[in-house]
Design a protein around this ligand. Structure first.
Ligand code: FES
Length: 378
């Protein structure tokens, strides 16, 4: 069947070395003008629908490629093919110029075909294969302090966390795990969400791209395995540690599931915090951590953090560890936060998780939800 064409713009509207997103029938097409040559491929990236017409065009590999602005998949702007070694094929449209006007075929001349991408190592995350049950007592400790492996020093936050985990194991027979963020390699969040809510994916697209992403262990343990999490942090200039924030930003993909599909990944899980510093600001740090973890769906027991600091003028840090180690308060409070977490968990295990609601904004709540963004594919 002969293809029909639709006028999409005047030639002067797509100057050399530029690109443009145009409508052809109901489809959005990315039109490129590179070194005097026009070409057109479907605008919707085969990964998650990112707008290819907004991507950067570069000469590389065996041709000219556009980078998807969401997570960087690449397509040859003339053939629609993925770079050598990959098998995705983007739809290609025919372009013609008549009397200074640009026309694009209403049907692709090469159809799109998404290749099989082996994500079997992430299957448990994709399918949310929870490892908790009504009798499980899995307690995950996450230590967010940063120490150089060749210069070990005593960390009060990590020591307190280890005390809590040891106590949970001895007194309650809990299964415990400890993740030290400094021991796992993981990339910082790249803020894909800021381009489009659907650009922030579960599992995180960095996890999809990087088989060695250390956050996979955090996601698996926190989301699928743990009943209780205990997060420890030192106080750094009145805030949790930088590693804590690095992890928290990568957890945006958990919270974002609520925004885009009202899907709550964290149900009937309890969190508490261990916050230690030489001087002060425990309550500010606790408030910040509680705010973040409640937005993920964690519940808190009464008195959900223990803190240790010696006050504003206690600059004699050489005495901090000495006093911490002797402190009966530390011994008691690291046990009591565990007791409280476990009591709360017991009550939560009897609460049907299906009924949990997330009173958070969903994508339809935006005042501009009905307004179309002409560049986007969804
Ligand atoms: S790379 Fe295009 S949507 Fe992810």
């Amino acid at each position: 069947m002969e293809n029909t064409f639709e006028k999409v713009c005047a030639l002067h509207e797509i100057p050399d070395n530029s690109s443009k997103i145009v409508n052809v029938g109901k489809s959005k097409v990315a039109l490129f003008h590179h070194k005097g040559k026009l070409s057109a491929i479907s605008n919707a990236c085969l990964h998650k629908g990112g707008p290819l017409g907004l991507g950067v065009v570069e000469e590389k590999y065996d041709g000219v490629y556009v980078n998807c602005p969401w997570h960087g998949w690449e397509y040859n702007i003339e053939t629609g093919s993925a770079p050598p070694g990959y098998h995705d094929q983007q739809a290609v449209y025919e372009v013609k110029i008549e009397e200074g006007e640009v026309f694009i075929s209403t049907q692709p001349i090469v159809p799109a075909k998404k290749a099989q991408h082996d994500l079997s190592v992430l299957e448990d995350l994709i399918k949310l294969k929870y490892q908790t049950n009504e009798n499980s007592l899995n307690i995950l400790g996450i230590s967010t302090t940063n120490l150089h492996p060749n210069l070990p020093r005593y960390s009060t936050s990590e020591a307190a966390l280890e005390k809590s985990l040891d106590y949970a194991k001895e007194k309650y027979g809990a299964d415990t795990r400890l993740i030290k963020l400094r021991d796992i390699e993981f990339r910082t969040c790249e803020g894909y969400y800021s381009q489009h809510m659907h650009a922030c994916t579960w599992p995180c697209s960095i996890t999809e791209m990087d088989p060695n992403d250390g956050m996979t262990e955090v996601y698996r343990s926190m989301i699928l395995w743990a009943d209780i999490i205990l997060v420890s942090t030192p106080i750094r200039w009145g805030n949790p540690s930088s590693l804590y924030f690095k992890m928290a930003e990568r957890l945006n993909c958990v919270q974002n599931q609520i925004t885009i599909q009202d899907k709550i990944l964290i149900k009937n899980k309890v969190a508490s915090f261990i916050i230690t510093g030489g001087q002060d600001n425990i309550q500010q740090v606790a408030g910040q951590m509680m705010c973040f973890f409640t937005d993920l769906g964690f519940a808190f027991p009464p008195f959900s953090f223990m803190g240790w600091s010696r006050g504003w003028v206690a600059e004699d840090m050489d005495k901090n560890v000495m006093q911490f180690k002797k402190s009966q308060f530390v011994d008691r409070s690291t046990r009591e936060i565990v007791d409280n977490c476990i009591e709360t968990l017991k009550a939560m295990k009897t609460t049907p998780a299906q009924q949990l609601k997330a009173p958070k904004p969903h994508k339809k709540d935006s005042w501009s939800a009905e307004m179309e963004n002409p560049d986007m594919n969804m």
